[in-house]
Ligand binder design. Structure first.
Ligand code: NDP
Ligand code: OXD
Length: 309
């Protein structure tokens, strides 16, 4: 019988039980109990102890319990020949749509302006903004970005998306390439970043590129914290060039308590919860992939090691 090792910190018992139920023909073990490393065929998890994969000689595939695989790719115990498989949507796209919509509405309905006024008991109407005049830019048009771009367009926002290769998303103007990025930034009021963290995207939103956004624009940063310049963001907001930001991800998580981002009146912080992995769809997707692997069928969500996502 094949063995699946679950590595999911405090959630290990929950995943272990659910995998065992979904795949009775699989021996499911967790890092919270004793297991024979030589017997492990598959790992499903995140935050595996350093070096763990090197102790599993029979490992056939690693299934990430998340969409982003930058942390797994940064490890030195995961050979490039081993299939690394990530979650595709698995209930996260719907949550990400809600998060991006929350950011778009925060800018459109001037939530930060009115929050500041409320602090001063100030009753002052600001000029209204319509959805039609709120230009949304979405960086990344994959499982999550594609859903976000499409749903925000359906909600009535003019949406432009950007990807590495040419893409088509219903109702969305899709751009690619360096010129496409410059064009998107210059026409965007609300920028939603859903690019994976790769050598090409780390530091992408630097001072120069953030400065290309429309005056007063808003950043929704939901992918990874190493893609934007924190200090430049604060400076640009303080100078009035940008209107604020909704930040879910940071270079260091938890965000250190002395970070100035915590107390900035035009920055809203959430603790990496824009889209949370849901046990049921995650287990179903991984179980389906294990069945595919056994049947010699192609797996869904295999990471392209040449592109790092
Ligand atoms: P996908 O791999 O499905 O999509 C990635 C998109 O980014 C694709 O459209 C891809 O282009 C584009 N892209 C990648 N590299 C570049 C580049 N150099 N230039 C331009 N476009 C590029 O990823 P997901 O949508 O599933 O997830 C996106 C990210 O969201 C994850 O990597 C993770 O970091 C983050 N995330 C955050 C969560 C949170 O709670 N905050 C939860 C889940 C995920 P192309 O279409 O051409 O391949
Ligand atoms: C993910 C995440 O990548 O939670 O799934 O950030």
């Amino acid at each position: 019988m094949e063995t699946l090792l679950v590595v999911a910190a405090a959630e290990t018992p929950v995943y272990r039980a659910r995998f065992a139920q979904a795949m009775p023909d699989l021996h499911v073990v967790g890092t919270d109990e004793g297991f024979d490393p030589a017997a492990v065929d598959y790992v499903a998890g995140w935050h595996a102890a350093p070096g763990l994969f090197a102790t599993l000689p029979g490992l056939r595939a690693v299934f990430a319990l998340g969409a982003g695989v930058d942390a797994l790719l940064a490890r030195d115990d995961l050979p490039a020949s081993l299939p690394l498989v990530r979650l595709l949507d698995a209930g996260m796209a719907e949550q990400m749509v809600e998060y991006a919509l929350f950011g778009a509405l925060t800018w459109q309905r001037r939530v930060h302006d009115y929050d500041l006024q409320q602090r001063h008991r100030l009753w002052r109407k600001q000029p209204p903004r319509t959805r039609g005049e709120t230009a949304i830019g979405v960086l990344g048009l994959g499982s999550l970005g594609g859903a976000v771009a499409g749903e925000l367009a359906r909600f009535g926002y003019p949406v432009t998306g950007w990807s590495r290769r040419p893409r088509e998303v219903d109702g969305v103007r899709c751009l690619h390439g360096d010129d496409g990025l410059v064009q998107l930034l210059g026409e965007t009021d609300v920028l939603v970043n859903l690019l994976p963290s790769t050598p090409q995207t780390r530091g992408l939103l630097d001072r120069h590129r953030l400065g290309l956004l429309r005056p007063g624009a808003y950043l929704v940063q939901a992918s990874r914290g190493d893609q934007f310049d924190h200090a430049a963001l604060v400076d640009l907001i303080d100078d009035g060039c940008l209107g604020g930001a909704l930040l879910d991800v940071f270079e260091r998580e938890p965000l250190p308590t002395d970070s100035p981002l915590w107390t900035h009146p035009r920055i809203r912080i959430t603790p990496h919860v824009a889209a949370t992995t849901l046990v049921e769809p995650a287990v179903q997707q991984i179980a389906d992939n294990i069945r595919r692997l056994r049947g010699g069928e192609p797996l869904q969500g295999v990471v392209d090691r040449r592109q790092d996502y």
